[in-house]
Design a binder for this molecule. Sequence first.
Ligand SMILES: [Zn+2]
Length: 268
Amino acid sequence: MKIFLLALLFSNLMFSQSVNFKGKFAQGNLIFGKADNVKEIMLDSLNIDFDKKGNFVFGFDRDDTSTHLLQIKLENKTIVRKIKPETTEYNIQRINRMEQKYVTPPKTELDRIAKEREISKKAREKIGDEKTSLFTSGFVKPINHGRISGVFGSQRILNGVPKNAHNGLDIAVPRGTPVKAMTDGVVRLSADNFYYSGNYILLDHGHGLNSFYLHLSKSLVKEGQKVKKGEIIGEVGTTGRSTGPHLHWGVQWFNKRVDPNSVFIFNN
Ligand SMILES: [Zn+2]
């Protein structure tokens, strides 16, 4: 009996059973988790990546209204959690000085827009290929100063026409301001003057986490290149659908749109 108890005590010491979460279980938010001795993580029917230290990440889309089932299989038990993300309230943002060609693109540009969309889609298909949790190096702001000229999630009305929700954070700073990678990553796309996004960079941070940097005057990176947290990847501009020099900074978990500000909870 004594030996059995000792063995039990030992196994409990060896296999700590805790799972910690950082983040808000709400629409448009990332959740960072850490579990000891994790064997498998499932969110609904999707296998979630985790690293040797048990780090993992997932996110709830801006408009997520479903209830999810999170299952974390540990050494000798499974933690099951039902999650219904809280509702997030979003602003309405009216922009009235937009060039009309960006509200309704001319027919002559439709082919180009379709081609660019295809290139972005192809690049996005590689998100998730990076199995290293590069994001565990922590996060920095791409630009440390400047006015926030657009927040995440706003319903946009361009020259009176309702458009897609704003899927990023806008920082208004002068043209040429250096833009930093928010965390370690791999460059999936350095797009050349796309109709809507202008010059833009898509970074893969592992486990499905990705970030993008739009309207640049200049990109300083190439596809496949590895970048470090805080490394300068480009310069602010006003290319594509933009009314003045600013950075549009977006973050997603796979295709789930989240508030870029939701990354910083990881650093705490
Ligand atoms: Zn924007």
